[in-house]
Design a protein around this ligand. Structure first.
Ligand SMILES: NC(=O)c1ccc[n+]([C@@H]2O[C@H](COP(=O)([O-])OP(=O)(O)OC[C@H]3O[C@@H](n4cnc5c(N)ncnc54)[C@H](OP(=O)(O)O)[C@@H]3O)[C@@H](O)[C@H]2O)c1
Length: 312
C-alpha cells in the first residue's frame, strides 16, 4: 500500500471562519488547514476525547503538506488526551473489512506487513508519542517480534517540549512470564519495563525478569485487569495506550475499563480464519456503547476513533 495522505472525513464542521474539512470539500481547495493545527480539524466539534490539544506545542512535528492532508501536528491534536491528569485507557487496533485482527497470523498494525499501511503506522507511532505507557499482551510481544520501546528523535523532542519523559514506559501483561529477559524488549529498553503478572507465575522466571524489569503482581492465577490499570496509575502512568492483543483487550473490555478505541479498517477481506480484535474468552459481556470521535481516510483505509459512552 502506498504512503497515502491522511484526510479527515468526520467531523466535517469547522470553527467559524475556517475552510471546510468534509470529504466533499477536499478537492483542490482542500481543508485550508496549513498552519491551522488543531483548530483547522474541527476541534470545536469533537467529543471529550477529540482535539484536546490545548497546551501541546508542535515542536519538531511539522510535515510536508498536500491539499487536504493532515500534518503530524493535526494528528497529534486529534489524538491528544482531553485531560492529561485523568487516567484513561485507549486501545489501537487494526481489522480487515470482514473483522479479522490478523492476516497470516500478524496484525501489521504498525509493526509488520499484513493488514497495515504507512498511514496506519504513522498514527500508531504518534499515539505512542502521546502516551505515558504502552501496554501489550505477551502473546503480541511474542508473535509480532516487539523490540525496545524506542521513539525517534522528533517524537522524543516533542515529548520533552511538552513536559513528558523522552520515552513512554513499556508494560507487558503475562501470566506465565514466558518472556526472554535477554531480548531487545528488555536489554535495549530506554525505560525499565514493567511486567504485570499473577502471583502463580514461576519463581525462576520471575527472578530472571526482575533483573531487567519491574515485575508487579496483579492477581493470583490471572492478571486482573482492574489491578493492572491500578498498578500503572499508582506509578503515575495515567495515559495507557494498549496495542493489543485480542486477549488483553478482552480482559479490559470485560472489566469495562476501555475508554477509547482507535480502530483502523484495512481495505482487505481476510476470509474468516483470523480472530476478532476482542477475545473475551467466550464469556458474554454487556454491550458497551461507544461514540464516534472522528473518521480519517488514507487511500481506502479508514482510521476511526471511538470513546466510551457511559450510561448516565
Ligand atoms: N489487529 C490488531 O490490531 C492486533 C493487535 C495486537 C495483536 N494482534 C494479533 O493478535 C495475535 C495475538 O493474540 P493474543 O490474544 O494471544 O494476544 P495478547 O492479548 O497480546 O496475548 C495473550 C497473552 O497475554 C497474556 N495475557 C493477556 N491478558 C491476560 C490476562 N488478563 N491475564 C494473564 N495474562 C494475560 C498471556 O500471556 P502468557 O501466555 O505469557 O501468560 C496471554 O497468553 C497475534 O496474531 C497478533 O498479531 C492483532
Amino acid at each position: 500500500m502506498s504512503d497515502d495522505p491522511i484526510v479527515q472525513l468526520y467531523p466535517t464542521a469547522t470553527p467559524a471562519g475556517a475552510a471546510g474539512v468534509g470529504a466533499a470539500s477536499m478537492g483542490a481547495a482542500g481543508m485550508g488547514a496549513a498552519g491551522a493545527g488543531a483548530a483547522g480539524v474541527g476541534a470545536a466539534d469533537m467529543g471529550a476525547a477529540g482535539g484536546g490539544a490545548a497546551g501541546w506545542s508542535a515542536a519538531g512535528v511539522g510535515a510536508a503538506r498536500t491539499p487536504g492532508a493532515l500534518t503530524d501536528t493535526d494528528l497529534l491534536a486529534l489524538y491528544a488526551p482531553a485531560e492529561r491528569s485523568v487516567p484513561s485507557v485507549r486501545a489501537n487496533f487494526i481489522s480487515s473489512i470482514d473483522g479479522s485482527a490478523t492476516a497470516g497470523g500478524l496484525s501489521g498494525g504498525g509493526l509488520s506487513s499484513g493488514l497495515g499501511a504507512p498511514a496506519d503506522k504513522r498514527v500508531f507511532d504518534l499515539q505512542r508519542q502521546l502516551c505515558d505507557v504502552v501496554l501489550v499482551g505477551a502473546g503480541t510481544v511474542r508473535s509480532e517480534g516487539y523490540g525496545a520501546m524506542l521513539l525517534g528523535p522528533d517524537a522524543r523532542s516533542w515529548r520533552v517540549a511538552n513536559g513528558l519523559p523522552e520515552h513512554p514506559t513499556f508494560a507487558i501483561v503475562s501470566g506465565r512470564l514466558d518472556l526472554d529477559p535477554a531480548s531487545d524488549v528488555f536489554a535495549k529498553a530506554p525505560v525499565r519495563p514493567v511486567v504485570l503478572t499473577a502471583r502463580s507465575a514461576g519463581a525462576a522466571k520471575r527472578k530472571e525478569l526482575e533483573r531487567v524489569a519491574d515485575v508487579v503482581d496483579c492477581g493470583e492465577t490471572r492478571v486482573d485487569a482492574e489491578a493492572l490499570i491500578a498498578a500503572l496509575t499508582a506509578r503515575g502512568l495515567l495515559r495507557v495506550h494498549c496495542e493489543g492483543g485480542p486477549s488483553l483487550l478482552g480482559s479490559l473490555v470485560a472489566a469495562d475499563l476501555l475508554d477509547e478505541l482507535c480502530l483502523t479498517v484495512s481495505p482487505a477481506l481476510e476470509g474468516g480464519a483470523g480472530p476478532r480484535i476482542v477475545t473475551a474468552g467466550g464469556k458474554a459481556i454487556a454491550l458497551r456503547p461507544m461514540g464516534l470521535d472522528h473518521v480519517l481516510l488514507a487511500g481506502s483505509m479508514l482510521l476511526t476513533k471511538y470513546s466510551r459512552r457511559r450510561r448516565g
